[in-house]
Design a protein around this ligand. Structure first.
Ligand SMILES: Cc1cc2nc3c(=O)[nH]c(=O)nc-3n(C[C@H](O)[C@H](O)[C@H](O)COP(=O)(O)O)c2cc1C
Length: 202
């Protein structure tokens, strides 16, 4: 394991369940892989840009001359994409917001899912280029989504698995702090997730 990329999305600092569990995971990873470079990217603080017309053109053109001319507009996307491609393990620690992911994480995804870099069209399909990587999702939610009536309302884990699979990352494990807004469940949500971190295959 040479490089681990950990994305943290919640803006709630010390109150954040996903960040707290990410800390536990970071400690375990550091123990297991002391020489690995651990990059912790705070997407809540970074305010990554949303794709505008020029950036979109810059990151999707297949014309080398145009790519050269628009190089500056592709800079942030290039940096984030290279960082992902150089990592062996991706950790995404995120809250559920409105049944989906926060837009800060969506902005990162829009900047790294790139034709010719992390996926390519092949025949009548698509091949992921972010090969030989694992991912761990650390998900926090107010409700419970692993069972019960809200299960089909979870657009976080299915979406993240879909988009990671699209770019070639299919070895994905999930840890959840769920029930954060349900008083009888809240106190044990983070401790349960921390226990699940101990059981991850790392
Ligand atoms: C803007 C916002 C939207 C939320 N939407 C949902 C939701 O759709 N479903 C849910 O179960 N919890 C929802 N929650 C609750 C959070 O998922 C929960 O507080 C979780 O602990 C947040 O993660 P964090 O502690 O890492 O910040 C929402 C919270 C906020 C602030």
């Amino acid at each position: 394991m040479k490089q681990i990329l950990m994305l943290e999305v919640s803006p709630r600092g010390k109150d954040s369940a996903s960040r707290s569990v990410a800390d536990t995971l970071a400690a375990r990873l550091t123990d297991l892989y002391p020489s690995a470079k651990l990059i912790r990217r705070d997407l809540a603080a970074e305010h990554l840009s949303h794709l505008d017309g020029v950036t979109l053109r810059a990151i999707s053109t297949q014309d080398p001359a145009e790519a050269k001319r628009l190089k500056e507009a592709a800079h942030q996307s290039d940096e984030l994409t290279d960082e992902l491609l150089e990592s062996d393990l991706l950790v995404i620690a995120t809250p559920m917001w409105n049944f989906g992911i926060p837009s800060a994480l969506k902005a990162w995804i829009d900047l790294v899912v790139r034709p010719g870099k992390t996926f390519q069209y092949a025949g009548d399909g698509v091949v992921g280029l972010a090969k030989n990587k694992k991912a761990i999702l650390v998900l926090a939610s107010g409700g419970v989504f692993t069972e019960g009536p809200w299960r089909s309302w979870d657009f976080v884990e299915p979406y993240l698995r879909q988009i990671l699979g699209f770019i070639g990352i299919v070895d994905v494990q999930t840890v959840r702090a769920e029930g954060m807004n349900i008083p009888p469940l809240a106190p044990s949500a983070v401790p349960n997730a921390n226990k699940a971190v101990d059981e991850l295959a790392l």
